[in-house]
Design a protein around this ligand. Sequence first.
Ligand code: EPU
Length: 420
Amino acid sequence: MSKFVITGGAKLSGEIEVRGTKNFALKIIPASLLSKEKMIVSNMPEIEDTKRSLELLSSLGSKISKDSDKYIIDNSEVKETTLSSDIAKKFRASVMFVAPLLARFGEVKFPHPGGCVIGAGSRPIDLFLEGYQALGAKVSHKDGHYIIKADKLKGCEYFFTTVSVTATESLLMAASLASGTTVLKNCAMEPEIEELAVYLNRNGAKIEGAGTPIIKIEGVKEIGAGDIEIMPDRIETGTFAIMAAATNSELLIKNCRPENVQILLEIFKKIGINFEAGEFSILIKKTEKFTSYNIKTHEYPGFPTDLQSPYTMLMTQAHGSALIHETIYDRRLLFSDLLAQMGANIIMCDPHRIVVNGPTKLQGKELTSPDLRAGITMILAGLIAEGKTTIDNIYQIDRGYEQIDSRLRSIGAKIERVTD
Ligand code: EPU
């Protein structure tokens, strides 16, 4: 078992590059199944979740090779349509394999996907199933597996009663190979959805409106494949910006798209955190004092739930009180108890709302990372705490942040990976 051991108080400086985004890589890997042609992927984040996704793809018969830093995915001989339970239950994004398999082969069998424990019970997939049914598929459940079949998917109109990123992306992929026109309404608008549509359109799909609430898809007979560079991770971008501000450091964040974290930068302006945003970089400047600001998580372009926990940590260092309202997931504020154990002044109003009173000094502690985003937040808290912070269950952090320890060391952080 490995742990991170962090000695707090070090000033950070220099520059750090943002890696490719997990939440696009986890869609583009299964999207390769839509085609018999080869996909060539660059800027793939080397993280545990993409390793699981490539493992799952390979278990279906895909041939995956590497040419320097490019992954070459060849699905011409894939015939298997049952997802391995052992792999699929390890990560939520295994659900992204369902639509492309169904669309290309007419059937798919899979277990309920696993993943972070941040939603109520096991995170639901009702919208996906309802959407496939609207496209004419038959859904059944036997021996712990869902079985979905359709000789040919047929275009339909479908309205999402809850806005969902992965369900939007799944129906968009399924409809791309259906016959006729599909109109999806109340879609999620995250930049990764638009990026997926741009890639598919470049290879023969006919998708209009991705990145807006209404997406229209004209089904095509075949989709090709080609080169794709994974876009920079906007959550990693925001996390690094928060880290620099919380540690009162000057840090250049390179290889990012500042427009994709606009809401965080707008809040920085309001609370007095100094920065300069370029086209592909953000320079965070030293800021001695900044004030609190309330947030409410929301679908894009609102405040991302995936940045809520680092932002909560930032508010422990701000002057004033901030109300943090988590609207997307039921269990995503529970980590705040770990910040309270480190000395933060946090009042839980109800499972969806906390008040953070700042600024407070944090003390190093022995902690367990509960999930990916809470885990990175524990690292950030450790960087500003007095003394030593030890974090175990760091698989949860390695799932989404590539070599975070060595990258943070390169900008001055005192963080070690210790294996028992
Ligand atoms: N929901 C349903 N039914 C469904 C699907 C979703 O009720 O069939 C609900 C969820 O329970 C939740 C809400 O819809 O309350 C939104 O969830 P969504 O489906 O949008 O989440 P997701 O697509 O499973 C993606 C990211 C998450 C990110 C959310 C919100 C991927 C692989 N995951 O999840 O990322 O938090 O969108 O932006 O793209 C993370 O990276 O740490 C992470 C959890």
